[in-house]
Ligand binder design. Structure first.
Ligand SMILES: [Zn+2]
Length: 165
């Protein structure tokens, strides 16, 4: 159900449905960690969807770009020794981004949402959904103010992972 209580898919699909795919981040969403930008991104997405209509899909079980919470904490330990978020995941033997978008695509399609305005700074997310057969009409940027604690994380996302920040 959308933020306004109407069923998903009920609004004008001509312009695409505003969607945030938010991957659960226990440290950022629940504990308010400043190491990443997930908490503020989720808050902003909920606010925007409340204003404009749309949906936030909260996907569980793919913590830390898909490596799991325990490995994410291991990656944080490597980051404390100087690696960036990308290097740390690679050092642990994981790909840069191990998230699976199949589940998200199934949920969206079942809800009749196949033309999307995706709330993200990450073009790879749009590509992943397109590979699953969905149409991404627009990337709607997430504007989150950096903090001293996450500035390196955001720089890595921008410079090494193609995020539009
Ligand atoms: Zn996070």
């Amino acid at each position: 159900m959308g933020a306004d209580g109407r069923p998903l898919g009920a609004e004008g699909e001509g312009q695409g449905h505003l969607v945030r795919l938010h991957f659960e981040c226990a440290t950022g969403d629940l504990l308010g960690s400043y190491r990443c930008d997930c908490g503020p991104q989720l808050a902003q997405a909920l606010e925007l969807v409340q204003q404009q209509g749309g949906s936030v899909l909260y996907l569980r079980g793919q913590e830390g770009r898909g490596i799991g919470l325990v490995n994410k904490l291991r990656a944080y330990a490597l980051q404390d020794q100087g690696q960036d978020t990308l290097e740390a995941n690679l050092s642990l033997g994981f790909p840069a981004d191990a998230r699976d978008y199949k589940q998200a695509a199934v949920i969206l399609r079942q809800a009749g949402l196949t033309r999307l305005r995706l709330l993200t700074n990450n073009p790879a997310k749009a590509r992943a959904l397109e590979e699953e057969g969905l149409e991404v009409l627009e990337l709607v940027p997430d504007r989150v103010d950096p903090r001293p604690e996450n500035s390196r994380y955001l720089e890595t996302k921008r410079d090494r992972m193609g995020h539009r920040l």
